[in-house]
Design a protein around this ligand. Structure first.
Ligand code: PLP
Length: 403
């Protein structure tokens, strides 16, 4: 059966549920999972044609798969981009991005506060291939402007950042990139298209770790790049086909179903996060709260404008301590007192997750690098889930009240 043809102008919540339903065999109302590595061809001529024109039919799982296509098209509809291409993880999406757009001798400007593996990929791995990266301040657009060179190809940003939730002005960075003939890429993992659609603010390409809010229930790894067809189809399509960072159909199906509840989950998790942030702000054992939804956040107004009036679902906070050692001991005791919130390092789950960045995600940095990044021993990151707000605050109270 052919999929329903949808009327134009549907709202995002409707697209999240209906966009890009793959053709079904029996009229199934849920998306079909095509768990197959190969596709039977009707005849030799069709096989030859599809190998020459990979977007015109399915041949082999590394190249494309109908369930993966559904995920790509639904994500593109939600991000407001022409197209999207899936990858096995968020990091392999960034790898595909760089393989497609950069060559030896090119230059990249990247925020100093991006995801740790992104930093290493640009700063270390791509340096081996002759691509140089300048790392600049997340929030000072003048530093991005000053770092431009004639060979700058990409500006790469992530907003808000992990774990301190610094927000950059996507429009300002897009203007700087375009003035220099470069592209702006935004990692939209923390907000997801439910809150922030970077292309509406001038970004050229959007990166996703589907592992986080898109799946939203901590089940599978996935990634994607969203953007114009001429890049997605003509530049990144051939990379996936030869380099093989393809998303598995099973994972694509899980994330595709995750997209259906993304908007409603994000609204609920952001509301919980705002309530937790406000509660933490008034707790005597808390020195400082980092959350874009609070009026005290340095980029609060920008975040509200850029993120549909919501602060996201990640809240970080510093607990008090006389020195680094006692701050760490206090942070550890808050974490260890949690009975509902999970101690883990991922985020974007319906289950709240508590993390000590200085000894986990940012544990490999030197003490000076950590201090420069503002990640102290008393810092705790909380990725707020869907539990009842009173149970989250009660879980945090146990440890905080003992400080
Ligand atoms: C997790 C994460 C990534 C990497 O995604 P994986 O799916 O783990 O490879 C990239 N960027 C941000 C902001 C992330 O949080």
């Amino acid at each position: 059966m052919k999929p329903k043809s949808l009327p134009p102008g549907l709202h995002r919540d409707t697209l999240a549920v209906h966009a890009a339903l793959a053709p079904s065999q029996h009229g199934e109302n849920s998306e079909a999972l095509y768990l197959t590595s190969g596709f039977v061809q009707p005849d030799a001529e069709t096989a030859a044609h599809r190998f020459a024109h990979p977007t015109e039919g399915y041949t082999y799982g590394r190249t494309s798969n109908p369930t993966v296509t559904s995920f790509e098209q639904r994500l593109a509809a939600m991000e407001g981009t022409e197209a999207a291409i899936a990858a096995s993880t968020g990091m392999s999406a960034i790898l595909m991005l760089c393989m497609g757009l950069l060559k030896a001798g090119d230059h990249v400007i990247c925020s100093r506060s991006v995801f740790g593996s992104t930093m290493t990929l640009f700063g270390k791995e791509f340096a081996k291939f002759g691509v140089e990266t300048s790392f600049v301040s997340q929030t000072d657009a003048a530093q991005w402007q000053a770092a431009l060179r004639p060979n700058t190809r990409l500006l790469f940003a992530e907003t808000p950042t992990n774990p301190l939730t610094d927000v950059c002005d996507i429009r300002a960075l897009a203007d700087i990139a375009h003035g220099a003939g470069a592209l702006l890429v935004v990692d939209n993992c923390f907000c997801s298209p439910a809150l922030q659609r970077p292309v509406e603010h001038g970004a050229d390409l959007v990166i996703h770790s589907g592992t986080k809010y898109l799946d939203g229930q901590g089940r599978v790894m996935a990634g994607a790049i969203c953007g114009p067809s001429k890049l997605i189809v003509d530049v990144f399509g051939p990379i996936v086909r030869v380099a093989g960072m393809s998303l598995s159909p099973f994972n694509a199906w899980v994330v595709l179903k995750g997209l259906e509840t993304l908007n409603i989950r994000m609204q609920a998790q952001c509301a919980n996060a705002l309530a937790v942030a406000q509660w933490l702000q008034s707790h005597p054992a808390v020195r400082r709260v980092y959350y874009p939804g609070l009026a005290s956040h340095p980029q609060h107004a920008l975040a509200m404008r850029q993120q549909s009036g919501m602060g996201g679902a990640v809240v970080s906070f510093d607990v008090r301590g006389d020195d680094a050692d006692s701050a760490r001991a206090n942070a550890f005791s808050v974490i260890n007192s949690a009975q509902v919130i999970s101690i883990a390092t991922n985020l974007g789950d319906t289950k709240s997750i508590i993390t000590h960045p200085a000894t986990t995600s940012h544990g490999r940095l030197t003490e000076t690098q950590r201090q420069d990044a503002g990640i102290g021993q008393g810092l705790i990151r909380l990725a707020v889930g869907l539990e009842h707000i009173d149970d989250i605050t009660a879980d945090l109270s146990r440890g905080l009240n003992a400080i």
